[in-house]
Ligand binder design. Structure first.
Ligand SMILES: Cc1cc2nc3c(=O)[nH]c(=O)nc-3n(C[C@H](O)[C@H](O)[C@H](O)COP(=O)(O)OP(=O)(O)OC[C@H]3O[C@@H](n4cnc5c(N)ncnc54)[C@H](O)[C@@H]3O)c2cc1C
Length: 396
C-alpha cells in the first residue's frame, strides 16, 4: 500500500530511488529469511553496507562517520527501511545508535574516540543493560552492583532481555554504585566490553522468535575508563539515551534518523495488510464465494490498511503506542478472518501466506513491551507531552 500524498522534488526523489536500489541490492530475500529463521536481529553484511554509506548514523556529520542527511532524507531512509522489513535485521544497529547518543553527550573524550568512529564504520555494536529480574518499567530500581576499587570497578549482578548481546562488543550498563543513596541517585553508567572475564551470555527465545539474552556479571573487573558520566549520576546519563529510544524531542537533536524507537515496527503493519490482501485474493468461503466479495471482509481489511497508514503518520512516542496496538489488533483480526489455517506456521501443510499472518500475530505481542511497555508510554505522553501530573502507583 502506498497512499503518500507528497510529491518529492527531483533531488529528493533521486535520493529515495537511491535508497530503493540500495535495498534491492543488500536487503535480499535470503537476508530476510535468515533473520526469520534465527531471530538474530543483525546481519553483518547488511550492516557493513549501511556503514559504507554512512547510514549507521545517518544525520551525524560526515567527519564523524555519518552521512550528514537532513531530517527529510533521514525520514525517507527510515521509512524505506521500515517498509522493506529492515527493522528485523537492524535491531543491533538501532540499539547501538541510541547508545551512541548517550556516549556522545557523556563519555570521556578518550572513550568517545575509542568507540564512536568504530560505531560509524560498522565495527562496534552495543546492547542495552537496563532490565533486571526485579526491575523493568521501574528501571531506577536496578540492583546490579558496581563497586569501586582503585582505578577499576567490580560489576556483579544480572541483566534480563539484553537484546543483541550475542552480537555486541559492549553493553551500556546501568548499575547501582551506592545502595544507601535514594533510588535515582545511587546509579552509575558504564560501557562494559563484553569480552571481559566474568561475563556470561545465555539466550532467551521469545514467542515471536526473537533472540534476546540474560547476561550475568560475576565480579567483572572494568577499568574506570569505561565509566560514563560521574559516579552516582547514572540516571541523568541514561535519560538522553532513553529519550532517543522513546523518540522524545526533535529529530535534529536525536540526530540518528527517525527510526530510533525499537518499538515502532511500522513496516510490519504494512506487511500485515499485504498478507491480508494476498489471502483475500484467492480465498473462498465454504459456499464457494470469493471472500473478497464479502463486505465484512473488505471492511476489516480496510481497517488494517488504515491502521498501517496511521502508524506511519504518527510521530514521536505516540507512534510506539499506535503501531503496537495496530499490529496486535490487526493480526488478531486477520487470524479471526482466515480461521484455523491462520494459526499454521510457515513450515506446516496448509499454511496461509507462508505463515506470515501467524508469525506477525506472535511477533506483535512483544512490540507492546520492549523499549518500554505501552502503559509506560501512556504515562510518558500524559506527563511529558500533555503536562499532566506524574502518575502515582496505588499502594498494594
Ligand atoms: C523481546 C524483548 C526484548 C527486550 N530487550 C531489552 C533490552 O535490550 N534491554 C533491556 O534492558 N530490556 C529489554 N527488554 C525488557 C523490557 O524493556 C521490559 O520487559 C519492559 O520495560 C517491562 O518491564 P518488565 O518486563 O519488568 O515488566 P513490569 O515493569 O514488571 O511491568 C508489568 C506490567 O505492569 C505495567 N506497569 C509497570 N509500571 C507501570 C506504571 N508505572 N504505570 C502503568 N503500568 C505499569 C507494565 O506496562 C506491564 O504491563 C526487552 C523485553 C522483551 C520482551
Amino acid at each position: 500500500m502506498d497512499f503518500r500524498a507528497i510529491t518529492l522534488d527531483p533531488e529528493t526523489e533521486a535520493f529515495r530511488e537511491e535508497v530503493v536500489r540500495f535495498l534491492d541490492k543488500h536487503l535480499t530475500d535470503e537476508v530476510l529469511q535468515e533473520e526469520r529463521r534465527t531471530g538474530n536481529g543483525h546481519h553483518p553484511l547488511f550492516h557493513a553496507a549501511l556503514a559504507a554509506r554512512g547510514w549507521i548514523l545517518p544525520m551525524w556529520p560526515v567527519d564523524e562517520g555519518g552521512a550528514g542527511l537532513d531530517p527529510l532524507r533521514a525520514r525517507i531512509l527510515a521509512l524505506e527501511l521500515a517498509w522493506r522489513g529492515a527493522m528485523s535485521v537492524s535491531i543491533s544497529r538501532l540499539i547501538t545508535t541510541t547508545v551512541a547518543l548517550g556516549l556522545r553527550a557523556h563519555a570521556s573524550d578518550e572513550l568517545k574516540q575509542e568507540v564512536l568512529p568504530a560505531v560509524a564504520r560498522g565495527a562496534a555494536l552495543m546492547c542495552l543493560g537496563y532490565t533486571e529480574p526485579g526491575s523493568g518499567s521501574d528501571m531506577a530500581a536496578a540492583n546490579t552492583r558496581s563497586i569501586r576499587e582503585d582505578d577499576h570497578w567490580l560489576i556483579r549482578g544480572q541483566k534480563m532481555f539484553t537484546t543483541g548481546a550475542q552480537n555486541a562488543d559492549y553493553v551500556w550498563l546501568l548499575t547501582r554504585s551506592d545502595p544507601d543513596a535514594p533510588k535515582n541517585k545511587g546509579l552509575t553508567m558504564f560501557l562494559v566490553p563484553l569480552d571481559l572475564p566474568g561475563v556470561e551470555i545465555t539466550p532467551i527465545i521469545t514467542l515471536g522468535g526473537e533472540r534476546t539474552n540474560t547476561v550475568y556479571f560475576d565480579d567483572v573487573r572494568v577499568s574506570d575508563h569505561y565509566r560514563v558520566g560521574p559516579a552516582g549520576q547514572g540516571w541523568q546519563v541514561v535519560a538522553g539515551a532513553l529519550d532517543a529510544e522513546h523518540r522524545m524531542g526533535k529529530i535534529e537533536d536525536r540526530g540518528i534518523g527517525d527510526d530510533g524507537n525499537l518499538g515502532t515496527w511500522q513496516g510490519l503493519v504494512h506487511r500485515l495488510t499485504d498478507a491480508g490482501l494476498r489471502w483475500s485474493a484467492t480465498a473462498r468461503h465454504p459456499d464457494g464465494t470469493p471472500v473478497i466479495d464479502d463486505p465484512l471482509v473488505r471492511e476489516r481489511l480496510a481497517r488494517v490498511a488504515l491502521d498501517a497508514e496511521i502508524s506511519f503518520l504518527t510521530g514521536g512516542p505516540m507512534s510506539k503506542i499506535v503501531t503496537a496496538e495496530s499490529l496486535i489488533r490487526g493480526a488478531a483480526d486477520l487470524v479471526d478472518l482466515v480461521g484455523p489455517a491462520g494459526t499454521l506456521s510457515a513450515d506446516a501443510d496448509g499454511a496461509v501466506c507462508d505463515g506470515e499472518i501467524e508469525f506477525l500475530h506472535r511477533f506483535a505481542q512483544g512490540t507492546a513491551i520492549y523499549g518500554g511497555s505501552i502503559e509506560v508510554f501512556h504515562n510518558l505522553l500524559a506527563e511529558r507531552m500533555l503536562g499532566l501530573p506524574r502518575a502515582r502507583m496505588r499502594p498494594a
